[in-house]
Design a protein around this ligand. Structure first.
Ligand code: TRP
Length: 446
């Protein structure tokens, strides 16, 4: 059996070199392994949780999809799709929400961080927090569990989300008594290079230090020339370890090339020359992909049809799982209920008429007799103790010669109970008592 690997890519911006080295390139390399079935998708529902900027989501969906295709993702061997093209994902999200403890989501990092910001600002804890953010982990669990992924490659910040997905899978399986979901595992790639940005810190949109992935050769060169270095002069030996320029090179170069640059550093290469070398190496890898990218973004219809085809291919599988889940939770066709088979069960469970004993304010014991519907039929006449009260009830149940006088029910000429019915309805009330007693007797003899 092949291992299913699944990961979502949030379309929230223009891809940069860090995304390429940290996510796109390793994911595409992994997808070439014949023992792996890959599911890579654009998590556009997730993108909505953080932004109301429709144009940005639209544009970014195009750019991110084109980036993956340009970088070599083969949609014929990888399931490549857009989350929102699978309505089954939202359906599953609801089923999972119904087994999600609210407290579990209260403890989710992203939500807690937003609450902390509010509290620090003296605001209400939930100020400005949308349910989309709150339910984000459940939607993500639906992505993963929908295809029973074994492995989910993510960054460290996403580990808790995978744990939540495991939790929900386990809970659903347990509550509904079946192996509906596979428990996914987070796959944290320890060896993937963390790319330094222009200022030497980790390349990240939030630090505003990124090098765009698909800028022109000229722009790429300008970015690399702008990278921070120290002030060592040409001829001075330089330390590769502390050089972010060197780390950038290493993320693209072979071991032999990296060794050669290490030697050049030791030999005192000028920063300008080193930068030129790094630029040339990166541009050699990126420029063929850049050409594909440019050609792809000018043909959005082609990308659209690749994504549509990816989703269509998966929908039968998603539907089949959902049909099982719907059945498990009780969303079933009524055609499957067969009246004759169901009837005896229903009769058994139906309520019966009943006697209820109670104490009067004056200390006497008494009883009431109710129909199966809950309607009061009779009240006893009050008895000295529990034994006398029980004897009256037993007599009522046993005697098949009850008499009616006014609204009083007599046994052997003496009143044991009074009808709840008004005097003018006494006959009907008495008949109802008879019917209820017969019902009890029938249930007893079953
Ligand atoms: N939350 C992920 C991120 O921000 C994106 C994502 C959505 C995802 N659904 C997923 C990742 C399912 C892995 C599996 O990066």
């Amino acid at each position: 059996m092949s291992i299913r690997v699944l990961t979502g890519i949030k379309p929230t911006g223009t891809p940069h070199l860090g995304n390429y080295v940290g996510a796109i390139r390793p994911a595409i390399a992994a997808s070439l392994d014949p023992g792996i079935e890959s599911y890579y998708f654009l998590a556009d529902y997730h993108a909505l949780a953080g932004s109301a900027d429709a144009e940005r989501v639209h544009r970014s969906t195009l750019e991110v999809a084109a980036s993956w295709l340009a970088a070599g993702l083969d949609p014929a061997r990888v399931h490549f799709y857009r989350q929102s093209d699978l309505p089954e994902v939202t359906e599953l999200t609801w089923l999972l929400s119904c087994v999600t403890a609210k407290g579990l989501l209260n403890r989710a990092h992203a939500y807690k961080a937003a609450v902390d910001v509010n509290l620090a600002a003296g605001l209400d804890a939930d100020h400005g927090i949308a349910m989309g953010l709150y339910l984000y982990p459940v939607l993500m669990a639906a992505d993963i569990l929908m295809f029973n992924a074994h492995r989910v490659p993510v960054g460290r910040d996403q580990i808790q989300h995978i744990e939540i997905a495991r939790d929900l899978a386990q809970r659903f399986n347990h509550l509904h008594g079946g192996d509906y979901f596979t428990l996914p595992e987070a796959a944290i790639e320890e060896h993937t290079a963390v790319l330094p940005g222009l200022d030497g810190r980790k390349m990240s949109k939030s630090y505003d230090n990124v090098i765009p992935l698909w800028g022109s050769s000229k722009a790429l060169r300008a970015s690399i020339l702008a990278m921070v270095t120290n002030s060592q002069a040409p001829g001075e030996p330089k330390d590769p370890q502390s050089s972010s320029l060197f780390q950038l090179y290493q993320a693209f170069a072979s071991a032999a090339e990296t060794e050669a640059l290490r030697q050049a550093y030791a030999d005192g290469i000028a920063w300008g020359d080193a930068k030129q070398r790094v630029y040339e190496r990166l541009d050699a890898e990126l420029s063929p992909a850049r050409e594909r990218y440019i050609s792809l973004v000018t043909r959005p219809q082609e990308i659209e049809s690749i994504l549509q085809a990816g989703a269509q291919r998966l929908r039968p599988q998603a539907r089949a799982l959902l049909d099982r889940l719907r059945d498990a939770v009780g969303l079933r066709s009524l055609n499957r209920l067969q009246a004759p088979a169901a009837a005896p069960k229903a009769a058994k469970k139906a309520k019966l008429p009943r006697f209820v004993q109670f104490k009067e304010p004056d200390g006497k014991l008494n009883f009431k007799f109710f129909a199966a519907s809950g309607e009061l039929l009779l009240t006893g006449v009050g008895y000295a103790d529990a034994r006398a009260s029980s004897a009256a009830m037993t007599a009522l149940r046993a005697d098949d010669a009850l008499q009616l006088q006014g609204v009083e029910v007599l046994i052997d000429g003496s009143a044991v109970a009074v009808l709840a019915a008004a005097p003018e309805q006494a006959a009907a009330g008495f008949a109802a008592v008879g019917a209820a007693l017969a019902e009890l007797a029938a249930a007893d003899s079953e």
